[in-house]
Design a protein around this ligand. Structure first.
Ligand SMILES: *Cc1c(COP(=O)(O)O)cnc(C)c1O
Length: 236
């Protein structure tokens, strides 16, 4: 077994153990392997361990990987999630390649993705990015804007609103992590009361996965703990 395969097995067992300790339904939390900056070979290794859900952050890099796998490895049937910031002039390739988008943060992005989603593809599964900590530097809408944006998305035929996503402030203290994640879980539950197809809470990364699961995460986005540290030297 390669180290990537070992890491996936380890994280899957950590997820299962945390679900059990927190009284969560077994198998409710999905692992999104964040493969940004990593080569195609690393993704193939993860696929050989049975993994099929991958997240990418950069449009150009992500689209190239999706196209390559659809062409050369269609049998793998990978589910691709876009989890990076989206500029409005880059929505088309995202709409044409990805299955999910976690980072919808304004009307214009939702409208463009809806218009540009090809008719022969299923609706794009989308999450609204929420800025729980209210930091100006972080992208995402505040609690009130979530409901306005959700209403708009619910009227767009080529998008399916599935929930919310957040990247809370990076803190190492477990209780502080839990407070931020619980606020997000409450928001997702309020949204689910209005929109029955809402079932997804994308939160938790390598450094705060446990607290995210305790608070109700349904997708944890894990990069470093699977693929190792990233090298950004070739990114602008
Ligand atoms: C890079 C990234 C991750 C993965 O982070 P790790 O700390 O490497 O697990 C998760 N979510 C988003 C939005 C990211 O950009």
């Amino acid at each position: 077994m390669t180290s990537i395969q070992n890491n996936i097995q380890l994280i899957n067992s950590q997820i299962a153990a945390t679900e059990q300790n927190c009284g969560r339904v077994q198998g409710e939390v999905q692992l999104l392997a964040v493969s940004k900056t990593k080569p195609v070979e690393a993704i193939l290794e993860a696929c050989e361990a049975g993994h099929r859900m991958f997240g990418e952050n950069y449009v150009q890099e992500g689209v190239a990987k999706v196209a390559l796998f659809r062409e050369q490895h269609p049998e793998l049937d990978i589910e691709w999630h876009f989890i990076g910031p989206i500029q409005s002039n880059k929505t088309r390739p995202v709409a044409e390649h990805f299955d999910w988008v976690h980072t919808i943060n304004r009307d214009k992005i939702a409208q463009r993705l809806n218009e540009q989603r090809p008719a022969d593809m299923p609706p794009l599964q989308v999450l609204i990015q929420v800025n729980t900590s209210g930091e100006a530097s972080k992208s995402g809408v505040d609690d009130e804007q979530v409901f306005e944006l959700a209403q708009l998305i619910s009227e767009l035929p080529n998008l399916t609103l599935r929930g919310v996503m957040s990247i809370p402030e990076n803190v190492s203290d477990y209780q502080s992590q839990l407070v931020a994640f619980k606020a997000l879980a409450k928001l997702k539950n309020a949204l689910a009361e209005r929109y029955p197809q809402v079932d997804t809470l994308s939160m938790g990364m390598s450094g705060d996965m446990q607290a995210a699961i305790e608070a109700g995460s349904t997708i944890v986005r894990i990069g470093t703990a699977i693929f190792g540290a990233r090298d950004y030297s070739n990114k602008a």
